[in-house]
Write a protein that binds this ligand. Sequence first.
Ligand SMILES: *Cc1c(COP(=O)(O)O)cnc(C)c1O
Length: 469
Amino acid sequence: MPLHRKSKHKHQSGYVGEDIFSASATRHSVPRYKLPKHSMPAKTGYQLVRDELYLDGNSRQNLATFCTTWAEDEVQRLMADCFDKNMIDKDEYPQTAEIESRCVHMLADLWNAQDSEDTIGCSTTGSSEAAMLGGLALKWQWRKRQKDNGKSIEKPNLVCGPVQVCWHKFARYFDVELREIPLDGNEVCMNPDKIRQYVDENTIGVVATLGVTFTCVYEPVEEIARALDVIEKETGLDIPIHVDAASGGFVAPFIQPNLAWDFRIARVKSINTSGHKFGLAPLGVGWVIWRDAGELPEDLIFHVDYLGGDMPTFALNFSRPGGEIIAQYYNLIRLGFEGYREIQQACVDTAIWLGEQVTEMGPFDIFYNGKGGLPAIGYSLKPGKWGFDLYDLSDRLRMRGWQIASYPLPSNRQDTVIQRIMIRHGISRDMAALLAEDMRRAIEYFSTHPIAASEPRPTSSHSGRSSSS
Ligand SMILES: *Cc1c(COP(=O)(O)O)cnc(C)c1O
């Protein structure tokens, strides 16, 4: 018979049976801006961090973002499976590299690149990095043209409509003048008739946006190309187009298949998209593709051999997770063309339905009703005594968890404040109906509790609010 002595083991703080909220780390404040001296049990740390995150908004109710906020369990599993894979290490993880390459060529095909063309491209952290790479290629190509013609390479410029902030960054970081064609009258995107006044021999390219951040409409790429054809005929300037299809690159091929905006147009030399927007991949992946390897100057490509082998790279980052690329590939093969089409069509249908609801509410002027561009709606407040402005409405809806951005249009329409509602994968008709009910309830509330200062506000006081995710 075994002998039993009293165990000498003393319970330490953090042993499995201890209650997390009576442990020292949770009963006292954890230092916020200094590294804590001691460690704490993983469970306690996890609970603390997780609890703090309750104060973040609920991403599914964030109708200001274009980005993925819902994913299948399989995507989450693949992300966990790949958390340790560095996509840059193409010798260690050749299959991840192969999968990245398949995605590039599937997209090139989706965007109607010809088999005869030597298409080239890569993944990025998102459309912003993709835009930097696309812009750099334009700048290098322009420099080469200018040098060949014995012309100055001092003052490059880039012409565009109302662009996402990434192009402002590109221009400033890489020393290019951004010539943003302003909006006038009722315009909601670039007017191709105005391009002529903005381009010259120092124009490295024109950026056309498929899915303008502010208004969700597509810029007319074909008309822009035609305007540039006329300019070429008259002046000899051959100006390339880069399409920023951050959102539209994964919508137009499925919803507007007959719209020519992509490599069907000879002048379109490169295209970027965000995999993590309507590409349905988790956050952290974008794509940039050149029609032909000849459009990507060789001296932008670095050849790295210290991970083994010879690895050509064109990227701003080095190390980066591979999971988003894998998850992108999973979505592409799991959903196929029809799967993407059905998802995007459901979003479009819900956006159009919500647009009808919002129109019926009374106070709003819809300028984009979900037809012809991204699955979204955009509207301003009609003049009148409603007892609120759009910023008040944003605040009131936020009480129910909805995040809907209010912001002024870019110049010259900065006096018009608008709201934009994005409909993405994961926003059901029921969810849209709940939002519509909350909007009606808010309007009703303001009619009996008007906000005193709901006169037009100076737009600058709200300029810190982000509208560009
Ligand atoms: C979102 C967006 C970007 C920036 O893309 P990220 O993937 O967030 O870096 C650029 N251009 C347009 C038109 C966008 O909508």
